[in-house]
Design a protein around this ligand. Structure first.
Ligand code: ADP
Ligand code: GN1
Ligand code: MG
Length: 372
C-alpha cells in the first residue's frame, strides 16, 4: 500500500492517537458515500495491526463534537451490556474508539478536519451486495439487537446529528424545490423519475402521521442500516458488529427495517444501470423479516409490525428522492464516481419501489406468517 498519493497525510494524523509501534502504511478503505475512511497499518512487536481512521465529513455533520458524544455514549452503553452478559470478543462486537494522546475520543486538526480512530474489526467483512439469505438474516438480527441494546440508553436524548434526517415530507419538499430551481438544467433529462416521485407523494406522510398520533414511538435507531454497515463474521456469517454510527439518534424502528430491505433485497449494486436486473428478492425479504423479528420482535408494537412491508417501500423511495435531489443540485452531497451517478442511483431505488409494490401481497404474507 503506497501512502504518498493520499488526499490526507495519515502518518501525521496517526501521531495524535494512542497507538503503539511504528506507522507502516495507509490506504483508502470501503465504499461509503460520506466520510473518508482509511485502513492504517502499524508494526507492533513484529506483527501488523490495522486500524480504521475516518475523517468526519463536517460539511454534512455540522457538529462533530455532538456526533462524537453520541458515538461515545452509544458504544459505551453497548459495551456495558456485552460485559454484563460476559460476551466473548467484545472488541469485535462493538466499535472501540482509540483515544487521542490527550485522552479525547477524536482529534480536531488545525486544518479544520476532525479525525477518529477505531480498532479494526478483523475476520469479518461488509458486503455492498449480499448474495445469500443467511447473510440477510444475520445482518437484520444484528440491527434488531442493536436497537434492543439501546432501548434503555439513559437520558438525555441523543443529539440529532442531521436534523430531520428521515423526515420524508421534508425530503419530498426539498426535491420539489430542487425541481423548481433546476440549478444545473437537469430536470428535463429526469422527467420520468420526477413524475414517479410526484405520483408517489402520498407515501411520505404515512409514518409521520402515525408518529404524530402516538401510534409509533420514537426510539434510538441507527438510521443508516445499509447492509454494508454491519460486519459479518467470516467464519459464521454472524452480524458481529454494527458500524457507521454517525446517524444513531432518535428515529423510528421502521426506518431501520426499511433500509435493510432497500439494500438487502436488491440483487444489484445501488447504482446498477441495467434496470431489468433490479427486482426485489423475496427470499431475502423473508430472511430480513425473520432475522429482524428474532431480536426486535419482542419490543415492536403491532402498528410497527403492520408497517414493515410499507417501510421497505417508503425508505427506498426516500433515498431515491435524496439521490434525485442531489443530482438536480449538482451532486453536492453524495460522493459520485461518474457523470449521472446520482440519477442512476435514484432510478434503481424507484425500480425497487415498483418491484416492492408488485410483490406487496407476497410480502404481507411473509410478515403475517412470521408473526404467527
Ligand atoms: P461511511 O459513513 O462513509 O459509509 P463507514 O463507517 O461505513 O463510512 O466505513 C466505511 C467502510 O469501512 C465500511 O463499509 C467497512 O467496510 C469499513 N469499516 C468501518 N469501520 C470499520 C472497523 N472498525 N473495522 C473494519 N472495517 C471497518
Ligand atoms: C449514505 O454513509 P453511507 O454511505 O453508509 C447516507 C445514507 C444513504 C446512503 C445511500 C449520512 O450512507 O443516508 O442511505 O448513503 N448517509 C448519510 O447509499 O447521509
Ligand atoms: Mg457506511
Amino acid at each position: 500500500m503506497a501512502t504518498t498519493h493520499l488526499k490526507h497525510d495519515l502518518r501525521a494524523v496517526a501521531t495524535h492517537f494512542q497507538i503503539a509501534g511504528e506507522f507502516k502504511e495507509a490506504a483508502p478503505y470501503g465504499s461509503g458515500h460520506i466520510n473518508d475512511t482509511y485502513a492504517v497499518v502499524f508494526n507492533q512487536n513484529g506483527g501488523s495491526v490495522r486500524y480504521i481512521f475516518q475523517r468526519i465529513n463536517h460539511s454534512i455533520f455540522k457538529n462533530p463534537a455532538a456526533l462524537m458524544e453520541n458515538v461515545e455514549r452509544v458504544t459505551s452503553h453497548v459495551r456495558r451490556k456485552l460485559e454484563a452478559r460476559n460476551a466473548d470478543q467484545i472488541t469485535r462486537r462493538v466499535l472501540t474508539l482509540v483515544p487521542t494522546r490527550e485522552g479525547r475520543p477524536w482529534h480536531a486538526g488545525a486544518d479544520g478536519n476532525h479525525w477518529r480512530c477505531y480498532l479494526f474489526v478483523e475476520q469479518a467483512a461488509t458486503y455492498d451486495q449480499i448474495t445469500k439469505a443467511t447473510q440477510a438474516r444475520e445482518a437484520a438480527k444484528a440491527f434488531g439487537l442493536f436497537q434492543r441494546q439501546l432501548a434503555d440508553l439513559p437520558s438525555p436524548r441523543l443529539h440529532e446529528t442531521i436534523p430531520n434526517f428521515h423526515h420524508s415530507r421534508r425530503r419530498f419538499d426539498a426535491l420539489r424545490a430542487a425541481i423548481e430551481e433546476d440549478a444545473c438544467n437537469r430536470a428535463a433529462t429526469v422527467k420520468q423519475e420526477i413524475d414517479f416521485c410526484l405520483r408517489h407523494e402520498p407515501m411520505v406522510d404515512v409514518l409521520l402521521d402515525l408518529q404524530a398520533r402516538g401510534l409509533v414511538p420514537e426510539r434510538v435507531t441507527h438510521n443508516d442500516t445499509k447492509l454494508n454497515n454491519v460486519m459479518l463474521d467470516d467464519a459464521t456469517s454472524e452480524g458481529i458488529c454494527v458500524i457507521d454510527l454517525d446517524t444513531v439518534m432518535p428515529g423510528l424502528a421502521l426506518y431501520d427495517f426499511g433500509d435493510m430491505c432497500r439494500t438487502g433485497c436488491s440483487p444489484t449494486a445501488e447504482d446498477e444501470r441495467d434496470l431489468a436486473k433490479v427486482v426485489a428478492r423475496m427470499d431475502i425479504f423473508e430472511a430480513l423479516v425473520r432475522g429482524y423479528l428474532a431480536t426486535a420482535g419482542e419490543f415492536l408494537n403491532t402498528v410497527e409490525k403492520d408497517h414493515l412491508v410499507f417501510s421497505a417501500r417508503l425508505i427506498t423511495f426516500e433515498i431515491g428522492i435524496r439521490f434525485l435531489t442531489d443530482h438536480l443540485q449538482g451532486d453536492q452531497y453524495f460522493k459520485i464516481h461518474r457523470e449521472g451517478h446520482n440519477a442512476d442511483r435514484a432510478r434503481v431505488q424507484f425500480k425497487m419501489v415498483e418491484s416492492f409494490e408488485q410483490h406487496g401481497a407476497a410480502m404481507d404474507k411473509v410478515v403475517k406468517e412470521s408473526n404467527d
